[in-house]
Design a protein around this ligand. Structure first.
Ligand SMILES: [Zn+2]
Length: 479
């Protein structure tokens, strides 16, 4: 079998964080009693007239601009006709051949992934299938909740430029960071506000493989797992001499496999026609300029700045910029720190503080630790007032109580002993108690040095400055 290449394209739906729905005044929210946020417009009653939500159009344009799309000076809505229980109107208002945003790209690990289009549409309702394992096939009956129907969505369609599940996940991660940065969606994936459909094909170089669509992936983890599974499945079928049919598959998160949903023969034949009740979107210069002015520093630019200005390694910059609150926390802490290097602040934040917060299932937004307090802690360690180990103890107390580090150091009676005279007395005492070990070091065996340092730390209850102790030991044990 010749070498096989994998081709992946993504369609990403993002719910826009607006106060009201796309075409009516019903509030946008998650959960609540079924069918309590609905009206004649979002239920599609005869004669109901949709009115576009200006904030949703602005949010979509903002996303397009951030991705480098060109914003259409004239775009229209279409009705996408199909029957499905969660579509109360039997059509969805969407954009078709004249979308709001065309083109653009995202750079991921040195590769440029093209954006085909970004368009606006409305979300559907939610079906609850009762019996039959919760799937529509075999269910006893289905219930419909239309609270979500009409929620503003953008659909972001990528070019089929990705070649692996890893790259697709990296692309989706970067897109999520960009959208978070723009403040246009709450991107709570567990609530379905960002969802993925993926197209994947495997074929020998120069050939086009049959496209398999994997629908409704609700997390970055599902996206990655589904693509990795599907890539292996298609390669195995092809390597065994089989063929792949163009089809749609469903990802079973629990079992970790994709299953056929429908083949091309049964695919929906959407009939599109221009929505007669809505006028075209024709943004003016000033409106576009205003939106452009609202776009903050984007993650890629912020990462480069973190590397250039703070001397951080790419990896650290990537971790910090992956979340806007985390990046903001870091910058505030660096500004507040007087003695510590930015890289040291980054380590304490990304490794120590985030680690402790993860244990408590807390996010950086919820923690009682302020950037100023973290900076003060890192400064105490950098200045040698407390040791690194003591610093970690202080941080744990900060996470638990929100107290400032100086107070905790005081209360716990922590301080690092760096004075040579004070430590020399302890070192002498330890050497006397361990005469045999000391003798071995004197005759050139340096292995037990670590043991002796440990003994000094023990006697001083961890307060001795280890580098001073090492220097003293070397001096006192030199032949
Ligand atoms: Zn409504």
């Amino acid at each position: 079998m010749n070498e096989l290449l994998t081709t992946i394209g993504l369609e990403i739906h993002v719910e826009l964080a607006t106060r009201t729905k796309m075409f009516c005044g019903c509030p946008v929210a998650f959960g609540g009693d079924p069918n309590t946020r609905v009206c004649h417009v979002c239920l599609g009653h005869p004669g109901a007239l949709p009115v576009p939500n200006g904030q949703a159009v602005a949010n979509a344009a903002k996303i397009g601009m951030a991705l480098g799309s060109s914003i259409a000076r004239h775009s229209i809505f279409h009705r996408k006709n199909y029957f499905y229980p969660d579509m109360p109107k039997n059509y969805q208002i969407s954009q078709y051949d004249i979308p709001l945003c065309l083109g653009g790209s995202i750079d991921v690990g040195g590769a440029r992934i093209g954006i085909t289009r970004v368009h606006l549409e409305e979300d559907t309702g939610k079906s609850l299938h009762v019996g039959g394992g919760g799937r529509i096939h075999g269910a006893d009956h289905s219930l419909e909740d239309f609270n979500r129907a009409g929620t503003p969505l953008v659909e972001i369609v990528s070019e089929p430029d990705m070649t692996s599940a890893d790259q697709a996940r990296a692309f989706a991660t970067e897109l999520r960071a960009i959208i978070e940065c723009l403040d246009v969606s709450d991107i709570r994936m567990e609530e379905g506000s960002m969802r993925f459909d993926a197209n994947i094909s495997v074929a020998p170089p120069g050939e086009r493989g049959a496209k398999v669509e994997v629908k409704n992936l609700n997390s970055l983890r599902s996206l990655h797992r589904a693509l990795a599974y599907e890539e292996v499945r298609q390669r195995e079928v092809l390597s065994a001499g089989g063929t792949i049919d163009q089809s749609t598959r469903h990802w079973d998160e629990r079992v970790g496999v994709t299953r056929p949903l429908r083949t091309k023969e049964h695919a929906f034949d959407y009939r599109y026609f221009p929505e007669p009740d809505l006028v075209a979107i024709e943004p003016g210069e000033q409106w576009l300029a205003d939106i452009e002015g609202q776009i903050p520093e984007l993650p890629a630019a912020r990462r480069s700045r973190f590397v250039a200005d703070y001397g951080l390694p790419e990896y650290d910059a990537g971790v910090l910029v992956g979340s806007r609150p985390l990046a903001g926390f870091f910058e505030e802490a660096v500004r507040a720190a007087s003695a510590a290097e930015a890289k040291t602040v980054a380590n304490w934040l990304a490794n120590d503080l985030l680690g402790r917060l993860a244990e408590r299932s807390e996010g950086i937004e919820q923690t009682a630790v302020t950037p100023v307090h973290l900076a003060a802690l890192v400064d105490l360690v950098a200045a040698g007032t407390i040791s690194g180990a003591q610093g970690k103890e202080v941080l744990s107390a900060m996470v638990a109580t929100g107290a400032d580090p100086a107070t905790i150091v005081e209360e716990k009676g922590l301080r690092q002993v760096s004075g040579r005279d004070e430590l020399a007395a302890v070192v002498t005492q330890v050497l006397e108690a361990n005469a045999e070990v000391a003798g071995r070091v004197r005759t050139g065996d340096h292995k037990p040095l670590g043991f002796l340092v440990g003994q000094v730390m023990k006697v001083t209850k961890g307060q001795a400055n280890p580098s001073v102790v090492q220097a003293l030991l070397r001096e006192m044990l030199s032949p």
